[in-house]
Design a protein around this ligand. Sequence first.
Ligand code: MG
Length: 177
Amino acid sequence: MSWIYSSSVRVGNGYDVHVLEEGLPMWLCGVRIPSAKGFVAHSDGDVAIHALCDAILGAAALGDIGKFFPDSDPEYKGIDSKKLLSKVTALINDKELNGGKRYRIGNVDITIALQEPKLRPHIETMRETLASVMGIGKDQVSVKATTTERLGFVGRGEGCEVWATATIISKRPLFHK
Ligand code: MG
């Protein structure tokens, strides 16, 4: 006997920018990156996780990160963004919020634009960290990094820009034969 499933796949995108300042910690994809500059933010400033949360919430049409975790709320001051990602993963799995469906993450793809430092040595740890927070495999998580060839605010080292895409999947048994 095997079940026949109906599955639906949805896609979402997310985008975020944070300002860089000397002497602040730099967190990206849940990993502490050694750097002279870090992010000015209400939370730990993990701009990559923020873009990713928006992509996942967008896929479920649930709104954005500011709706669930307002930066005016002292509860989220200095918060580890991994906790936000973990909550977002739970939100898409909540039947009440999603018209009776439970979504799980299919795959995610993140592009980070940062002039320095070079992120290549940290990419594998980033993928492992995000995968473990979302409860999915490392092969479902892609993290890419680029500079902007010293052009624009990213190129001048004034900020970091991140784009994220996520697919979410709901699967429900139709019947078995
Ligand atoms: Mg942000």
